[in-house]
Design a protein around this ligand. Structure first.
Ligand code: GLU
Length: 320
């Protein structure tokens, strides 16, 4: 073993790779800022590397200029990254709209393994089928096209054939998760747009992400993604799903419900320290009013000790 440090800790610091994966649908509100802070702290506490990836495949929701705005907001908060669209690196491009060939290759791999089939059902038809309950992931798909397209000649989406033996996993915040048999989900829509589930898994594999830290609204997506890891013969990363932020009205914090972005708070005179301290207090990391920077929090940070329930955030509480 080399002198001056254990082999294990060296190996750990080489191995940890996290990511920030914002969707450029507007500036960062406090909820996204808090999830980004947690992902950043996980990577820095492990002396790991952090990748920034812009998730812009859902084109109708993309707001021009917001990727740059989010990058600016992250920098303002002191949340830096080691690889990303502005830095390049071995896995560039880091912008999903430029990574279509990777998603196409993955679909080919899955197809040769018998895990993909064309589907010609319309959304309306799926929504109308039987009295199937609508789960958190939208209307359930009963597998109508599993044995061949139900409406030959219509444009085809591509679906993933889920197994009967779903994987279970232990979330680092929420603990053991039950195995859920899911329905076959879309990999590529009939209009050719690749689905989030596929893109995120292909990218996390390509970018060698060792831990995914994201909001717990995506906890129910993880079983599907685990199936894709299995289908692509790739080991899955660890997962930490962090509590969502609620607005002052008790609803999920969202750009649509008028919560202010980090840029707006900054323009109103709030310092980065005030914003970071407010977020850190909501996570029980510091006392109320105790000022800190992101870097101050890194050494002691432990994602497994985060609160599990949604935490209210009120941007009006941040002094300007
Ligand atoms: N781009 C997604 C979002 O902004 C995050 C997806 C993920 O972390 O898997 O909500």
């Amino acid at each position: 073993m080399p002198p001056g440090g254990t082999q294990e800790s060296r190996a750990d610091s080489r191995a940890y790779r996290g990511r920030l994966a914002p969707s450029p649908t507007g500036g960062m509100h406090l909820g996204v800022a808090r999830t980004s802070l947690i992902a950043w702290l996980c990577a820095r506490a492990a002396s790991g590397r952090l990748v920034l990836r812009i998730e812009d495949i859902d084109t109708p929701r993309v707001v021009p200029g917001s990727a740059e705005q989010i990058m600016d907001e992250l920098r303002f908060l002191g949340l830096d990254w080691d690889e990303g669209p502005d830095l390049g690196g071995p896995f560039a491009p880091y912008v999903q709209s430029q990574r279509g060939e990777h998603y196409a290759t993955a679909i080919e791999t899955l197809r040769t393994r018998g895990l993909v089939y064309p589907c010609t059902c319309s959304r309306k038809e799926i929504a109308l089928i039987g009295s199937a309950p609508h789960g958190e992931l939208g209307p359930r798909y009963p597998g109508t096209c599993r044995n061949g397209p139900s409406h030959p000649g219509r444009p085809e989406a591509l679906r993933f054939r889920m197994s009967e033996t779903p994987a279970c996993f232990v979330d680092r915040v929420h603990g053991p998760q039950p195995a859920r048999v899911g329905d076959d989900f879309v990999l590529r829509r009939a209009d050719g747009v690749y689905a989030y589930q596929l893109a995120v898994v292909v990218d996390d594999i390509a970018m060698k992400i060792s831990e995914v830290v994201r909001g717990d609204d995506l906890l129910t997506s993880t079983p599907r993604q685990l199936e894709l890891y299995r289908g692509l013969s790739a080991p899955p990363p660890a997962f930490a799903h962090v509590p969502l932020a609620l607005g002052a009205d008790g609803r999920r914090l969202s750009k649509r419900f008028g919560s202010r972005s980090v840029s707006e708070l900054r323009a109103a005179g709030a310092s980065a320290e005030r914003i970071v301290s407010y977020l850190a207090h909501s996570l029980d990391l510091v006392l109320e009013g105790q000022l800190c920077s992101a870097r101050d929090l890194a050494a002691e940070f432990d994602v497994t000790r985060l609160p599990r329930s949604p935490v209210p955030l009120d941007d009006a509480a941040i002094p300007s």
